[in-house]
Design a protein around this ligand. Structure first.
Ligand SMILES: [Zn+2]
Length: 334
């Protein structure tokens, strides 16, 4: 073998090595791309659900189990009535399979979003479909007090949007979510239906406890330092309900409104005033201070505090705690 031949061989080896290198780089690149492409594919096997309020988040998670990925738009501790979605929230809704909201009276901003996503393959779940909505006037008739809602009631069109605070309404809301999930993912229809049935059983048990406990109370009136959220609950169990704020907590009650409630607490010898966590407790504290009444939490569950999220509170656990406090506050004797 002469030098020339040696040189030719070494050139050929170099060429082969170069080609192998190029193939290896292409192969690595190809698998890297495959890997990246696979990640979202894996995630998208789960149905993605975007929910607005905590009860809907809890319902969707309970029904969907490990087949769904549920997110809640409200950040922890944020008051629901004053919430407006950020551009990133709208992106999330646009990329979801299901968008679950309470109804147009609770989330007026949802109308625009729904118009924006029409024609896309996203199921819109109005959980209030099939539920008989209460009007504000019904509260006025019930306990004879005229609420002046004109200045802060127009967004709700005179409708009380707090449908989830009635256990029968919860069943309809669950059914609405099951229907949409089943249409999106018919293969798991039985799974969704079974989970919803289990949830309804728990709701029925709690409803029975409410009915039994609240039928034996010395007081039949809930006085709330928060907003008008428990109208449905009051109606369901035959309790009068008076709140310092209107249907939405966005405007503070006037001194005159508060004076009327103070007078009522004194006259009716109300022992406890209930307060809500995500609205300033100042009003409830004032009512308690002026009258000597005690303070108890009554959580309308639109959203959770950060602490409640960390403690994995559920809609059922919140409603159980509410019953404990109602029992104390209304002096119910079982
Ligand atoms: Zn509310």
């Amino acid at each position: 073998m002469n030098n020339l031949q040696n040189k030719n061989i070494s050139n050929r080896v170099k060429k082969i090595l170069f080609a192998v290198g190029v193939i290896a780089i292409i192969a690595i690149g190809f698998f890297a791309v495959l890997n990246i492409a696979q990640k979202p594919t894996n995630n998208s096997q789960k149905i993605t659900v975007v929910t607005t309020l905590f009860p809907l988040y809890d319902f969707a998670k309970s029904i969907g189990g490990d087949k769904v990925e549920v997110s809640l738009l409200l950040p922890p501790g944020v008051e629901a009535h004053t919430f407006e979605p950020k551009p990133s929230d709208i992106v999330n809704i646009n990329e979801s399979d299901l968008f679950v909201y309470t109804g147009k009276f609770m989330e007026p901003w949802a109308e625009d979003i729904i118009r924006g996503i029409s024609g896309k393959d996203i199921k819109i779940v109005d959980t209030s479909a099939g539920i008989e909505l209460m009007k504000e006037e019904e509260h006025e008739d019930k306990h004879g007090t005229v609420h002046e809602e004109e200045e802060h009631g127009h967004e709700h069109g005179g409708i009380d949007p707090h449908i989830w605070l009635d256990f029968d309404n919860n069943k309809i809301m669950l059914d609405n979510i099951v229907k949409a999930l089943t249409e999106k993912d018919p293969a798991n229809a039985d799974y969704y239906q079974k989970n919803a049935t289990d949830y309804k059983t728990k709701l029925a048990q709690l409803d029975n406890q409410y009915r039994t406990t609240l039928s034996k109370c010395e007081s039949k009136e809930i006085v709330y330092g928060g907003h008008y959220a428990f109208g449905y609950l009051g109606k369901r169990y035959g309790l009068a309900y008076e709140s310092a704020y209107g249907i939405s907590p966005d405007s503070e009650p006037s001194a005159q409104d508060l004076a009327k409630i103070v007078e009522q607490i004194k006259k009716e010898k109300i022992k406890y005033v209930f307060f809500e966590e995500l609205v300033s407790p100042k009003v409830a504290e004032t009512l308690a201070k002026e009258t000597g009444a005690g303070l108890l939490l009554l959580n309308p569950a639109h959203n959770l505090t950060k602490k409640d999220f960390e403690n994995k509170a559920s809609f059922l656990s919140i409603m159980e705690k509410n019953l404990v406090n109602l029992k104390i506050g209304l002096q119910c004797n079982e």
